[in-house]
Write a protein that binds this ligand. Structure first.
Ligand SMILES: *Cc1c(COP(=O)(O)O)cnc(C)c1O
Length: 426
């Protein structure tokens, strides 16, 4: 683990070639790896030796990129997954089973809301959604004896709620469970949740980390800080012998590496969801410029938010970079260098006007994506959150007229000009 600064980690971490090896991270496009003796291979299956044997579990390209993200977040171990959804699923399922319960911020991304609220419910894992802005005493009421984790997003997509990470970390720890934080929007460039008490961080690398809208992917990083043994009865999957690995108890054998080792050895083995090495390679190319792109996204978004805020056709603007924003203070505390490039706003006249405005944009494209180099726009109530009732939309912090604008890294004047001409038509 290096103690380089963030910029250097973006470039240098993860891949450390030895004499004569490629300078650039190679794509190990191989499902399988060769050994000399049957015994060598057997020891890998027993988790006695470290090494590669089958890409569904681990691949050198993927591992190098996971290691880079691990160092950017300041964690002890990390794994890539084939999507952000898979990362958030594994992050919980690694410590929950039927009969268990989790507490989750109600403003999380729509996909996560469905995963935890509906799909995992079918597997017997219950979820209580809480208002992240509610006082701690209120949120504490959601915890049950079978609660295994607290989950939230540093900056909620698309509600742009900034999480009070310390409040959430204390709530989790008071109840003997880890805080899992989805850090997709802030990225480790703007916020490192482990520094504020989060235990596990997840990412949809599909967004700023890839940055070019080329590869869907996810990542889970463990801080190594949560003491599973101190709550051994709550987390038997980590602390008790695993009969599918000849009775290995992950915490005893792997210490701080227990959580990620279990997720790899058990969940990846049984459920798949490994990214292709090619996609991991593309993600790594994106990561090399993350430290350059994220500040530019924030700078442009600030200019665009100020422009919208001063336009008479705009009803409201939500961007934590604006001084009068509800989350400005929290953002200053947890992410003083910037929040993200995503802004939400509504137009006077409501939902229909907002939708009509979007159709008039020229450079700014309507796409189901956020957080890449190209400025794009989406209407969550008609697109990503289409399956939600109006009540659920409000709970998720998504007003029916909300337009989600993901500000790219073009020249800010060109972005503003496009918005201007579209606003002029309504
Ligand atoms: C997009 C997103 C996800 C889901 O990630 P995919 O890579 O699309 O599977 C999860 N959480 C947040 C905050 C996201 O923005």
């Amino acid at each position: 683990m290096s103690d380089y600064k963030m910029e250097t980690k973006c470039i240098q971490s993860g891949w450390h070639p030895q004499k004569g090896e490629p300078r650039v991270l190679p794509i190990y496009q191989s499902t399988t790896f060769k050994y000399d003796t049957s015994d060598q291979m057997g020891r890998l299956f027993d988790l006695e030796d470290e090494g590669y044997f089958y890409t569904r579990l681990q691949n050198p390209t993927n591992d190098a990129v996971a290691q880079k993200i691990c160092e950017l977040e300041g964690g002890v171990a990390a794994m890539l997954t084939s999507s952000g959804q898979a990362a958030n699923y594994y992050a919980l399922f690694n410590i929950c089973e039927a009969g268990d319960h989790v507490v989750c911020s109600s403003t999380v991304y729509g996909g996560t809301f469905n995963l935890y609220g509906a799909t995992m419910k079918k597997q017997g894992i219950d979820c209580t959604f809480v208002d992240p802005d509610a006082p701690a005493e209120e949120i504490a009421k959601a915890f049950q004896p079978n609660t295994k984790a607290l989950f939230a997003e540093t900056i909620a997509n698309p509600a742009l709620v900034v999480l009070d990470i310390e409040k959430f970390a204390k709530l989790a720890h008071d109840h003997g469970v880890p805080l899992i934080v989805d850090n997709t929007f802030a990225t480790p460039i703007n916020c490192r949740p482990f520094e504020w008490g989060a235990d596990i961080v997840t990412h949809s690398t599909t967004k700023y980390m890839d940055g070019h809208a080329m590869a869907v992917g996810g990542c889970i990083v463990d801080s190594g800080n949560f003491d599973w043994e101190a709550h051994a009865d709550k987390f038997p999957g980590l602390t008790q012998p695993d009969p599918t690995y000849h009775g290995i108890a992950y915490t005893k054998k792997f210490g701080k590496g227990a959580y990620i080792t279990k997720a790899t050895a058990q969940l990846m083995r049984d459920l798949g969801s490994i990214p292709s090495p090619m996609n991991a390679f593309l993600l790594n190319v994106g990561l090399e410029t993350l430290h350059l792109r994220v500040p530019r996204h924030c700078e442009n978004a600030q200019k665009v938010a100020e422009f919208l805020n001063n336009n008479e056709k705009v009803a409201w603007v939500n961007y934590a970079g604006l001084p009068d924003n509800k989350y400005h203070e929290l953002a200053q505390k947890y992410m003083p260098t910037g929040t993200c490039g995503v802004i939400s706003f509504g137009l006077k006249g409501g939902r229909a006007v907002s939708v009509g405005f979007m159709d008039k944009l020229k450079m700014i494209a309507i796409v189901t994506h956020v957080a890449d180099a190209r400025t794009c726009v989406l209407h969550p109530a008609s697109h990503t959150h289409r399956q939600m009732t109006d009540e659920q939309l409000i709970e998720a912090g998504v007003a029916p007229d909300l337009i989600r604008l993901s500000v790219g890294i073009e020249n800010a004047d060109d972005i503003i000009d496009d918005l201007k001409q579209a606003l002029a038509t309504i």
